[in-house]
Design a protein around this ligand. Structure first.
Ligand code: SF4
Length: 277
């Protein structure tokens, strides 16, 4: 297993580079560089010329409009999973509070679940576990890779496929280090303007019109990506058939993790007054 301090050093180096990139290209909001958005942009494309073009056109959002159904389904599934976690944590005698933002004061609560992307569960003031809910088909591996950079376990809940898995980044440190080192090298190339132009299939969606490899067709930004009728009914059916199982399995993993660090105070139903929504 890799030394976590080596990983931490690479992470800090990447964050520092992203701050420099953010300030150089004006990717700043409320006085702070958009390091997460910048890191996502950096890691999403092999062609570094395309990344630079995006950086130089900060106002331009290279995104397609998705049917809000996808987001709403994910938010709904997250609420159901949180409900199950509250019920199970209470039944196992652990005081709990659900916050919508990162906690600054834990008060008397033993367990704090913060809503967000991903949800986070704290126990004894330490981040114990994160939960990422995927309500639709597909899995953003670029996002998952970034989540591996933090050491706490990540529960990945995929509702449509009934997959619930606990991923332990500390067991994947060699990959984490590889991933961070490559992104640091890529950021360094962009900062020194010695970057690679890599034509490929993605040239059909690129907005760098001055590039000789560009093969993008006329764009219609109002296109909304959605699923055909034939898939919609099946998608909804799978979603509701699988959601209770995924919520129960996710809550079981959370309780298991919490009980490994903090013994239950009592067994049986705990006073609901300790739950704050
Ligand atoms: S058109 Fe292709 S090669 Fe040119 S910048 Fe875009 S992705 Fe890179």
């Amino acid at each position: 297993m890799q030394d976590t301090s080596v990983v931490e050093k690479q992470k800090q180096e990447l964050q520092a580079k992203m701050r420099i990139v953010g300030e150089r290209y004006g990717w700043v909001q409320s006085g702070r560089p958009l390091t997460v958005t910048l890191t996502k942009t950096l890691s999403s494309y092999a062609c570094e010329r395309r990344i630079r073009h995006l950086l130089e056109n900060a106002d331009f959002k290279e995104s397609q409009r998705f049917d809000p159904y996808y987001r709403q389904k994910s938010e709904f599934a997250t609420i159901k999973i949180l409900e199950q976690i509250k019920t199970r944590v209470t039944a196992n005698g652990l005081d709990a509070v659900i916050l919508t933002e990162a906690p600054s004061d834990f008060g008397r609560y033993d367990v704090v679940v913060t809503q967000g992307y991903p949800c986070k569960v704290y126990a004894n003031s330490e981040e114990r576990i994160r939960i990422e809910v995927k309500a639709s088909l597909g899995l953003d591996l670029e996002q998952l890779e970034r989540y591996l950079w933090d050491p706490s376990p990540l529960i990945l809940a995929r509702v449509i496929t009934r997959h619930v898995a606990k991923i332990e980044p500390l067991k994947l440190q060699s990959y984490v280090l590889f991933s961070l080192r490559e992104l640091n090298a890529k950021a360094e190339r962009l900062l020194s303007s010695k970057f690679y132009t890599i034509p490929g299939t993605t040239c059909t969606t690129c907005h760098d019109n001055s590039c000789p490899h560009n093969r993008s067709k006329s764009r219609n930004p109002v296109n909304v990506l959605t699923m055909p009728d034939s898939e919609f009914a099946e998608d909804l059916k799978s979603f509701f058939l699988n959601l209770s199982y995924v919520a129960e399995k996710t809550a079981s993993l959370v309780v298991e993790e919490l009980e490994s660090v903090m013994p239950s105070q009592n067994h049986g139903i705990h006073s609901p007054s300790t739950i704050v929504g």
